[in-house]
Design a protein. Structure first.
Lengths: 87, 440
């Protein structure tokens, strides 16, 4: 099903929201709150067989700003990782 | 016929699958999800026919969560969290010594870091409890707290405990879901959460009080050196800064806990409310119920606190300076006292409510729940924390024998203590149960 999920720390929320709003891809944001107090911010891109140029740019921005994130496709982790990963 | 809005969707099932890292959700007996969904519908009280579904999962993270996308939401109900909370409540209720509690919570902390550090996970799963008691308090104080705990035990003897824990977890997440829509919320509930936040802050961060040293030593009951005093002062300064910076987030959590108390109290009315009681008699029954609810909050806090200790070990050592957010649940637990007091006022007709009566109620509730908290601190929280901390320190110093790599995940078949063997087999299909607690 080629669903890419970029799971980021909450400070990255605005960047991810901007991306979802402006993207031509089928992208949306998922927000979560855990009983343990942890916040979840996911950027979901549907029907994405590979990382698009615009997503690669977003990843670059996250890396430059030192924001942690994790990238998965259909539940499997992809190789690009932010500093330390988003856990 | 249109399916009920709480039914699973393709997306909710997919998210359950990606978040359930202890077993595939299809390995959970279908009846478990059905029972939880019934509780969800009862928690919503028919007020909001929104697309909120519930999926049971089992994760190493051990925490329920609400996940929302633009047009729907799913409550991921973590069975590993609810089974642990049942188990901990049962150990207190049946008056077991803290040893087993330390083993359960050691396993929880280990499981939470299993991916990052299989070796620490292994060390915590094979934790042994020293024969010498780890109480920090003097024997006469331990005896005093034990006496109080014994007087509380009959109040914790609920047959409907399972439903109490489940509805607490569900209602908390439902509150997050409803938080954005103030019209559907009980009047004044957000303002009450703000007041509760300020109250809890004044209780938890006491570093600027003139009798700080006396408070640190629990009025002389605990041995504390000058180093301990300064370390605790620094911790509390950090925490205060963190609490102020994350005020809105914490007020939302406090709101959700209060909402959960209200929902759980209403859902279990027939279990605690005596027939035809009013005024003080009604209040007495309600407060006994609130004490059971508060025990769950204490145990949920301890559960997360031990997980945080294991994570702290990985990020810089268990004795390194604690991050400000390490005790968010402790703050929430203290704030819950305000919610218990607010709700206690509803035992009386509205015409009898006065500010003085409200303040007196808060004082009474703080004394009642405060004594309960102190007893649990002395008999369970502190000794368990010491045992687990000592194990982590021994691991950090390389004093725990490395068992070498094993085939498959290090926790395989070893979660029986943590989850309870029988409840696990009643919750998961045979192959998943074997993976979690070992073959029958």
């Amino acid at each position: 099903m080629n669903e890419i999920i970029l799971k980021a720390e909450s400070q990255a929320r605005e960047l991810l929201e901007d991306y979802a709003r402006e993207s031509d891809e089928q992208a949306y944001i998922e927000l979560g709150k855990g009983m343990d107090g942890a916040a979840i911010v996911n950027l979901v891109i549907e029907n994405a067989p590979q990382i698009s140029a615009s997503l690669a740019m977003l990843i670059g921005t996250l890396q430059r700003r030192g924001l942690r994130f994790k990238l998965t496709r259909d539940g499997l982790e992809l190789g690009i990782d932010g500093p330390g990963g988003a856990g | 016929m249109e399916p009920p809005s709480q039914a699973s969707t393709e997306w909710s099932r997919r998210r359950a699958a990606t978040n359930s890292d202890l077993c595939d959700p299809s390995e959970i007996w279908p009846g478990v999800g059905d029972a939880l969904r019934t509780l969800l519908i009862r928690s919503l009280e028919g007020r909001k026919p929104a697309p909120l579904s519930l999926e049971p999962i089992a994760s190493k993270r051990q925490s329920a969560c609400l996940l929302e996308r633009p047009d729907e939401a799913v409550l991921l109900f973590d069975l590993s969290q609810s089974l642990v909370l049942h188990r901990l409540f049962d150990l207190v209720r049946t008056d077991q010594p803290y040893d087993e509690m330390a083993r359960v919570l050691g396993a929880c902390a280990g499981l939470a870091v299993a991916d990052e550090s299989p070796a620490l996970c292994d060390a915590l799963l094979s934790l042994t409890v020293p024969q010498e008691p780890e109480y920090l308090h003097r024997p006469e104080d331990v005896a005093r707290h034990y006496q109080l705990l014994c007087s509380l035990l009959p109040k914790f003897n609920y047959r409907w405990l399972r439903s109490l824990v489940h509805s607490f977890l569900i209602a908390h997440e439902v509150a997050h879901f409803r938080h954005k829509d103030p019209a559907g919320l009980p009047e004044g509930s957000k303002a009450s959460a703000e007041i509760a936040f300020k109250f809890a802050l004044s209780q938890v961060c006491y570093e600027d009080r003139p009798n700080f040293e006396d408070l640190v030593s629990h009025h002389g009951a605990l041995p504390t050196g000058q180093d301990d005093v300064e370390r605790i002062r620094r911790d509390l300064v950090n925490r205060r800064r963190h609490y102020e910076e994350n005020r809105d987030h914490l007020i939302e959590e406090i709101f959700c806990d209060s909402f959960a108390l209200l929902t759980v109290t209403n859902l279990h009315m027939s279990a605690w409310r005596p027939q035809e009681a009013e005024g003080h008699k009604l209040l007495e029954s309600y407060l006994a119920f609130a004490q059971a609810f508060f025990l769950i909050a204490i145990l949920a806090d301890l559960h997360q606190a031990m997980i945080q200790r294991a994570k702290l070990s990985l990020s810089g050592g268990v004795e390194s300076e604690k991050p400000g957010d390490i005790a968010d649940m402790h703050l929430r637990k203290m704030a819950l006292m305000c919610a218990v007091a607010d709700q206690g006022m509803s035992s009386f007709p509205e015409s009898e409510w006065t500010q003085e009566k409200g303040e007196a109620m808060l004082q009474d509730v703080t004394a009642l729940l405060g004594a309960q908290k102190q007893a649990l601190d002395a008999l369970v929280v502190m000794p368990v924390t010491r045992v687990i901390r000592a194990r982590i320190i021994a691991f950090e110093k390389g004093e725990v024998a490395d068992r070498g790599s094993t085939e498959g995940p290090v926790w395989r078949g070893r979660l029986g203590t943590m989850l309870g063997e029988v409840p696990t087999r009643a919750t998961f299909r045979e192959s998943a149960a074997a993976q979690l607690v070992g073959a029958a």
